[in-house]
Design a protein around this ligand. Structure first.
Ligand code: COA
Length: 150
């Protein structure tokens, strides 16, 4: 398995991976526009020349960043790929001097195994909600907010 930063040629594979899950309602959809704009946030896992997983680290505020766009191909879940992507994103966060990493997730169990704790959404700064106004579910967010102090 190769873990690396994505390139332009990976965008369509990331788009399909994320939006196939979004179609089933298990994660939020991402437009190509968002994927291009946040391409440098992401890490992908590649196996046999195929994108098997993706995740992103998005800086939101002073020493605060979000883990987002976590997705692993259905046939390769539960093999440690998601955990490895999160570990690498957290390493990037440490290098940047991030103190706290949060996530808004439908899979709290996955993030719990990685040391994230559940918090109330009100504990996150208002800035975090800037991206949420484009979400079809806004303002009725049903994701769980979780945070990890580095
Ligand atoms: C959630 C997801 C990214 C996890 O990636 P993954 O590669 O399957 O996870 P890993 O194999 O690295 O699992 C790491 C740990 O989390 C646990 N875990 C993984 N998925 C879990 C889940 N859905 N619920 C509870 N625990 C979970 C595993 O048991 C594992 O712990 P272990 O090492 O003690 O066995 C992946 O399952 C996925 O893409 N799911 C569909 C899309 C999605 O839900 N994305 C997240 C939206 S918020």
């Amino acid at each position: 398995m190769l873990y690396r930063k994505p390139a332009f040629a990976d965008v369509e594979a990331i788009y399909d991976l994320v939006n196939n899950y979004a179609h089933d309602g298990v994660m939020l959809a991402r437009s190509r526009n968002t994927l291009y704009e946040t391409l440098r946030d992401m890490i992908v896992a590649e196996g046999n020349g195929r994108i098997l997983g993706v995740g992103g680290l998005h800086i939101t505020w002073d020493r605060l960043a979000e883990i987002r766009t976590m997705a692993v191909q259905p046939e390769t879940v539960r093999q440690g790929i998601g955990a490895e992507i999160v570990k690498r994103l957290i390493e990037e966060a440490r290098i940047l001097g991030v103190d706290k990493v949060f996530t808004l997730t439908y899979k709290p169990g996955f993030f719990q195994t990685l040391g994230f704790e559940i918090i109330t959404k009100e504990e996150l700064p208002h800035k975090v909600w800037k991206d949420c106004i484009d979400c079809p579910k806004f303002p009725n967010c049903d994701e769980t907010a979780m945070i990890k102090t580095l």
